[in-house]
Design a protein around this ligand. Structure first.
Ligand code: DON
Length: 306
């Protein structure tokens, strides 16, 4: 495994076409695209890393996996009255389908869906309380209390909130959001601003590798059926309108973020986190996808093969 990762990192270092760093969040615009990290955590407690695997980055939309888990834990199947579970085939910040579907977003991973999940888990509580809960959850699944929000990134998104605010007000106009829009957005932006490195992120994914059980502590994070369904959603919707391509090239559930990270789950085998800040035209890490494609070719890990 170590050799496979070293080889991938060496290959990625040679790549010249590295994509474009997200600049619609000004705090992310200055990140050096010449970075690449990969980490693999396995349920027997091993951790393999290569490249910039201990450099912190903004997990952005990958956080939507964690809030979905919290949402399913709190509301159970009731969560599906707030958000759907169909791939959108549209960009992550698209508004078009919301009108046809009366303000109920297609899935929890597009921005509108993640905003609806935040609203659903707030249940009358203040952003501070919900953010405490989200961070506590991340600390628990990583067994690492050093993980923090990046308040500068959250503030930068709040300053440039126009698109997400439009999505939120549009949903609110259909009576879909219960809380104050700025409070929901503030919570959502902080959730997205969580800074993690590849090792921490790979470790965070282990509960989805092991049928919902946190292997560090043996504690169940979520029931087996829900863990399986979160993986299904990651496969179908985790890369927005690039989800088909990801399933075709990688064949594992994955969730990307505009910070350039991708969390990928190989059920029963391991959790893989890759990070490279340059994005493709859809907003997914360009080298991240390439590296994962190499990784599955080398390891044979796939949900479609034994
Ligand atoms: O709301 C946004 O636009 C960002 N906080 C998250 C978007 C994102 O990560 C899309 N992923 N590829």
């Amino acid at each position: 495994m170590q050799q496979i990762l070293d080889n991938i990192a060496a290959q990625m270092a040679l790549e010249t076409d590295r994509g474009k760093v997200a600049d619609y969040i000004p705090q992310l615009a200055h990140i050096d695209p010449n970075q690449f990290g990969i980490a693999v955590a396995t349920p027997d407690g091993q951790m393999y890393t290569a490249g910039n695997a201990s450099t912190l980055f903004s997990i952005q939309s990958i956080s939507k996996v964690f809030t979905l888990t919290i949402g399913l834990g709190k509301l159970g199947d009731g969560l599906w009255t707030h958000v759907g579970r169909e791939p959108s085939g549209d960009p992550f910040n698209s508004i078009v389908m919301l009108e046809h579907e009366t303000g109920r977003p297609r899935n929890p991973f597009i921005n509108a869906g993640a905003i609806a999940v935040v609203d659903a888990i707030m249940m009358g509580h203040e952003p501070k309380e919900i953010l405490g809960e989200i961070l506590q959850f991340v600390h628990f699944i990583t067994d690492d209390e050093s993980i923090r929000f990046d308040h500068k990134v959250a503030a930068s998104e709040m300053e440039h909130k126009d698109r997400n605010a439009s999505l939120a007000y549009f949903m609110k106009s259909f009576g879909r959001l219960k809380h104050d829009v700025d409070k929901v957005l503030g919570t959502y932006f902080h959730q997205c601003s969580i800074a993690m490195n590849c090792q921490q992120l790979a470790s965070a994914g282990l509960y989805l590798v092991s049928n919902g059980v946190d292997k560090h502590s043996g504690v169940r994070v979520i029931n087996e059926h829900r863990a399986r369904r979160i993986n299904s959603l990651m496969m179908m919707c985790g890369h927005y309108d690039g989800s088909g391509e990801f399933a075709y090239r990688v064949g594992l559930p994955g969730k990307s973020g505009v910070g350039g990270g991708i969390l990928t789950i190989a059920p029963g085998k391991g959790s893989i986190a890759v990070w490279s800040p340059g994005l493709d035209h859809i907003g997914n890490s360009k080298l991240g996808l390439k590296a994962l494609e190499m990784f599955v070719q080398e390891t044979g890990w796939s949900v479609f093969a034994q």
